[in-house]
Design a protein around this ligand. Sequence first.
Ligand code: URA
Length: 210
Amino acid sequence: MSRDVHIIDHPLVQHKLTLMRKKDTSTKSFRELVHELSALLAYELTRDMPMQLIEIETPLEKMMSPVIDGKKIVLASILRAGNGFLDGMLQVLPGARVGHIGLYRDPATLKAVEYYFKMPSGMEERDVIVLDPMLATGNSAVAAVDRLKATNPRSIRFVCLVTCPQGIKTFHDAHPDVPIYTPAVDRELNEHGYIVPGLGDAGDRIFGTK
Ligand code: URA
């Protein structure tokens, strides 16, 4: 089955991701890099967004010129690491709305359980970009998109920094219609659910909690 995975191989993106992966990159640098990278990822994510022509007036004459309706875009952050993408993406998409999805893993069933879900109104006419830096087991991403689909948005895209074959398979087995945008597909998941070589715990590295 062919999978809708967009590899973002721009040299600037790859360079910054390499710096983020290094274990001696400080929290300050990691945060700055995720901020810069998010803005670059937003270019790729919005490449085929619907546009509309509006009438404007240049100093010389009137013309019809294209715009993206930024207000139609929802950045849906999977807590907590997804929040790391927000500032950089909002710099490029200042009109975007922001939603949050909180999930935890039930230790008995290992299933993702929702503890928070807040999206803007009028989801039927919005294009959602789901934010989660690491698409690892894929379980929380699947649960987040299950929940988002119930709001019936116009489209959904998923973006991460790093994923692995298992995460892609789990995600696309459940949601083959949702494209994944990622700069890197790493080798595998280890026995603790970390992507290897990866970059470690993205939330801890963004928020300095380790
Ligand atoms: N979550 C992370 O932050 N890192 C991984 O490698 C896997 C899941």
